[in-house]
Design a protein around this ligand. Structure first.
Ligand code: HEM
Length: 428
């Protein structure tokens, strides 16, 4: 367990070649056929192909798709505020992130914001429930995708077939009808068919302006990666926004300041949540970063040693096959690096202060060549989500949720026991 930031640097970046796997002995099947589980040249090759999917240009264009979902979230929260009843906010945000990743990742309109019983959500749950009755939907998803390692007597073939069928239907429809949509699956189809993907510009320009040449990928690769976007992007983002709201209920001054910034920025941009407007939400970014410090969704960063490694200036040799766990939560909450770590203080990440943070002590998205590819997307989605939730509404914690929170013990991603119950009031 590397605790020292220098060692974290060594493992994730400096001597990355010795630690280039997340996990060892990954079974060869669809659900593990993705970037997160690859090592060595397979990983290098796939990472090179996938990197152009996540450029700033692509994020800007995908924002339009994301904003459609934000609109639905806005209507839902308005309804909630009118009822004056407390509500479990993580569930609401999870419906938003399901729809976002369903739309941006799978190209599917899940409509779970409007309808909790939407087919995609329910079908997914049904299928996962078949495999085991005890484990939560998302834990199962993480298990299936190998983000949690545990021997499970599960038969995944039904689930794999379901997702393969859903993605196949989307890909075939788009190919036959020449559909172009601003989402990940469109970029992946280009990768599959042309071995190249294009840099989106803006709506009025030719979206095939700038072509980035890479080798193609197979249909199975496409399914594997799209599934990874779902597992990597859904729960992590909803967890981030939910913990941000939890902290904001405890710090009304910070909540007010953030709301003020959101309103000011949107006023400057004629009420439109453009990419540029989001860039100007500096305080919002600090709030998200501080949330990710206190509550990193991936509390542990896995690495596997792939070649014997002698730790410099010591006799210690880490043997090939050794599994390493970088304790992200522990490092982020260490008073040596973050004074008063239990205090929620977004100013740690203000433009004036952020240079004071020691390298390799803030790693919610990992670090080095394997750093999270969806970082920009996650930040954009979280900013949009918080801006929609806070612009016109105030949140206070309902008495049924204790603070500090109690966590469930059987989930890989930090999860508040009983959910986060809040009161929502319209402040217009
Ligand atoms: C707040 C939200 C998120 C957090 C905290 C997060 C965190 C992480 C972390 C810690 C890793 C491992 C990095 C390492 O080993 O150094 C990772 C990998 C990854 N994430 Fe994220 N993630 C988030 C959202 C997303 C989203 C939205 C997507 C895609 C749409 C995504 C796609 C990926 C991919 C593809 C990898 C594998 C990278 C590789 O192994 O080369 N993530 N993420």
């Amino acid at each position: 367990m590397p605790l020292d930031p220098e060692l974290v640097k060594t493992v994730t970046t400096k001597d990355y070649d010795y630690f280039d796997g997340h996990f060892a002995n990954i079974p060869k099947r669809l659900f593990f056929n993705n970037l997160f589980h690859m090592t060595g040249n397979d990983w290098k090759d796939m990472r090179r192909k996938m990197t152009p999917v996540f450029t700033t240009g692509k994020m800007k264009v995908m924002l339009d798709t994301l904003l459609e979902k934000a609109d639905s979230l806005s209507k839902l929260i308005d309804k909630v505020a009118q009822t004056s009843k407390p509500v479990e906010i993580k569930g609401i945000i999870a419906r938003f992130t399901t729809d976002v990743i369903g739309s941006c990742g799978f190209g599917i309109e899940c409509n779970s914001i409007e309808d909790e019983t939407s087919e995609f959500f329910v079908k997914g749950q049904e299928i996962f429930r078949k495999t085991s009755t005890e484990i939560s939907f998302f834990k199962k998803l993480l298990l299936i995708l190998g983000l949690v390692q545990r021997a499970m007597p599960m038969d995944f073939s039904g689930i794999e077939n379901f997702f393969r069928k859903v993605i196949k239907a989307t890909v075939t429809y788009r190919e036959e009808n020449k559909v172009i949509r601003k989402d990940f699956i469109h970029l992946m189809i280009q990768l599959k068919n042309k071995g190249a993907i294009t840099e989106f510009t803006n709506e009025n320009d030719d979206i095939y302006k700038k072509t980035v040449k890479v080798d193609g990928i197979s249909f199975e690769d496409l399914v594997g990666e799209v599934l990874l976007f779902f597992s990597a992007g859904y729960e992590t983002s909803s967890t981030t926004m939910s913990f941000a709201l939890l902290e904001l209920t405890q710090h009304q001054d910070i909540q007010d300041k953030l709301r003020e910034e959101i309103r000011e920025v949107l006023q400057r941009h004629n009420g439109k949540m453009s990419y540029d407007a989001l860039q100007e939400m500096i305080y919002c970014e600090s709030v998200i970063k501080e949330t990710l410090r206190m509550y990193p969704p991936l509390a542990i960063l896995p690495r596997t040693c792939t070649k014997n490694y002698k730790i410099p200036n010591s006799d210690v040799v880490i043997e090939k096959g050794t599994s390493l766990k970088i304790p992200v939560w522990g490092i982020h909450n260490d008073p040596d690096y973050f004074p008063n770590p239990t205090e929620f203080n977004p100013d740690r990440f203000s433009p004036e202060n952020k240079h004071k943070i020691n390298p390799y002590t803030y790693i919610p998205f990992g670090d080095g060549p394997r750093q999270c590819l969806g970082l920009r997307f996650a930040m954009m989605e979280s900013k949009v989500g918080l801006a929609v939730l806070l612009r016109n509404y105030r949140y206070t914690l309902h008495s049924s949720t204790p603070y500090p929170p109690k966590y469930v013990t059987n989930n890989f991603i930090p999860t508040v026991d009983g959910g986060i119950m809040v009161n929502v009031t319209n402040v217009n």
